[in-house]
Design a protein around this ligand. Sequence first.
Ligand code: NAD
Length: 493
Amino acid sequence: MTKYRLHIDGDWVDPDSGEWLDTVDPYRGEPWARIARGNSEDVSRAVAAADRAMTVGPWASMSPSERGRIMRNIGDVIAKNAQRLAEIEVRDNGKLFAEMSGQLASISACWYYYAGLADKIQGASIPAEKQNVFAFTTREPIGVVAALTAWNSPLWFVAVKCAPALAAGCAVVVKPSEFASASTLEFAGLLKEAGLPDGVFNVVTGLGPEAGAALVDHADVAKITFTGSDTTGTRIYESAARTMKRVSLELGGKSPNIVFDDADLDAAAGGVVAGIFGAAGQMCSAGSRLLVHNSIKDGFTEKLLGLARGVRLGDPMDPHTNVGPIATPPQYQKVLDYIDIAKTEGARCVLGGRPAGGPGLTGGQFVEPTILVDVTNGMRIAQEEVFGPVLSVIGFEDEEEAVRIGNGVAYGLVAGVWTQSIGRALRMSKALRVGTVWVNTYRTYSYMVPFGGVKRSGIGREQGVEAVNEYLETKSVMISTDEDAPPNNFVMR
Ligand code: NAD
């Protein structure tokens, strides 16, 4: 079994605890690697290394263009190692190789994108109304960044958090999910080849309440960027408040995929099925509530059933597989529990609803693609994030009701709208309280387009040009140009 040590200050080091955690291949149900169980001592070493790197190390004195050049090298080493990194991600989280290898191409491009931004971060000179004062702003790196990531797309999260942070001149300490840390460590191992100075990118693995909490609480961390559940996000937000850290939180969702009667129903059915059964539903953006116009509800549900019955479960490395296993045992149990809860609440299961078994599925935790009807928006199954292949079907009468139901949850991450009417698409986009609206498409991501949630889905935006602002502070400088100015006389000037 591969044994992964911590990556601190450019070195591989053993954890202070001397303890190791198994990392399990969810398809085979067997441990395949061991990761270090980091603790607060390891976190302190990593934060100190990051702090040195960005204040007195070569990263601090490097020109922004030189930093950008190194970040382009990082894009290159990712591209060169994409196949291997994608395979490691599949081993760790059970997602399809087809998806992870596609994602790796975007990850490399994302590093190039932020590399290009590194030397375009500028302040402003301000023609202030004051006489004899020259005023300007500078944009300074915010400080050491703690990046805490979820297991479902580890290197994507590293890219959308760390590339803008590095472009801003920060150094980072990453705490990947204990369920999928290997690809982040493999990535760290490539950074010397890219020319990244030691200490700029550190990885402390371990358990959330140990290594994760220690990182969040550390006095020398200035900014926390987190992707994960809203429960952990709330805890982190509370803890960050005590030390006034800046936070970005990318949390969960209960997203509506809304199908109108004027939609291209074949395209919509494909989008709905992929939007909930893709990645076995283990995506923050899962379209877990299908809102469908009452006039087409029965026919459209039949169409979905036809498509969903054809979904192939199996080995995530097999290009013919559509849906892989659920990544972790607790998550597997949670999905099955939610199906039971839904039935108790009065929902009717018209597809799936059980663990899936059979040839090729024996080692892993598979759940049948599940469709529930007779769901009302007040039920727990319509309100709470399942993070599994479970779709709830809810009817609506008109746009107003679709908006009311769509917005009628605590979350606000994404929404899908399927319609041929441009006017309706624009009205719905405006009315839905979410961070992203996808019209006649679903799960379409670009590192160039901002992504993030409102309400319980989080705070801040990742991706796009504006993400770099999450890692910068503005400093104002005001200089007197009047050499004969009287000294300050106790009155605000
Ligand atoms: P999680 O909250 O259990 O864990 C996320 C990270 O936080 C892990 O690294 C974990 O070790 C760490 N952590 C756990 N407890 C901690 C604590 N007390 N202090 C500090 N760190 C702690 O989430 P998960 O199960 O890994 O991921 C699934 C969740 O992530 C879902 O809710 C999903 O919707 C969400 N998610 C959101 C996005 C997005 O972009 N909005 C993307 C993917 C996943």
